[in-house]
Design a protein around this ligand. Sequence first.
Ligand SMILES: [Zn+2]
Length: 328
Amino acid sequence: MKTRPIGSERKTLSAIIRHGRRPVRRPATFTKQPDPGREIGRVAAAWGSRSSGRRSQTHVDALILSALAMLIDTHAHLYLDKFEDDLEAAVDRAREAGVTRILLPAIDVPSIHRALGLCERFDGLYAMAALHPTETKEAATTDFDAVAALCDDPNVVAVGESGLDYYWDRSFDDRQQEFLRLHIRLAMDRKLPIVFHNREAFDDLIRIVEEEWGDSKEMAGRRGVFHCFTGTPEEAARIARAGFVVGIGGIVTFKNAGLAECVRSIPLDRIVLETDAPWLAPAPHRGKRNEPAYVRLVAERLALEKGVSLEEVAEVTSRTAREIFGIG
Ligand SMILES: [Zn+2]
């Protein structure tokens, strides 16, 4: 049974109408309050006052903010134990921050089943199916067969996360590459987008992606996402030429990471937003558990760097995510 729907646009808008306020376009909140942490704190505090009876003006402002900036977290591992104690609350906080869709990338076969279980429980959640590159050391071909079979589930909207990870262990690069090619062919065969993980392996990853797709025009422009992008403007351009977009997450808020400067040169319509929760929480939560509600902090920082409104970031990145993943 589905409980606590996350897709609450209509409800939010009707709530605004009930309170006699029209959802007027307003500049991004960062122009008034450069600290996005303070802003989300204000929104959270407003929602937190829900039980106290009459809704405050701040509460209505939070509703308007949510109505104007619908966000999609394209990458959150909500099925992990780190969300065991407060999963429902985390989903509620995401909805209240304007996050209408959350995509759940897989790590291994059991994680796909857990993600599908969450899709049954909550509206607005979607699963992916794949073996994470670090899992391919021990993976059997039957595991990959299970991934392929699970791609038939209507709640599986992408192959992911596949890719290459040379950071932890270089003893099975060839095996990682083998599985990467299998995943790409699976995505092409099922006409599903694919989400790539990359750690210190960009050159090999992009070469294999280009080799596998060749000159095919199939799914051009919406082939998928290079998630947790931390590379250079040149790498982002090569990703775009290969028909992919980049996933930008909390690292864009980190001092000295260099990503904030890089995103200025990436066209907004080649970017989707993500948290990679429970990891890589954006400032001011850096080092703590990440969660989908914080994707708003990523959006606010992106708006600041690109000199556009929060609403524009939300509109463009959500449209791109919807097109790639074929979700409503
Ligand atoms: Zn991930």
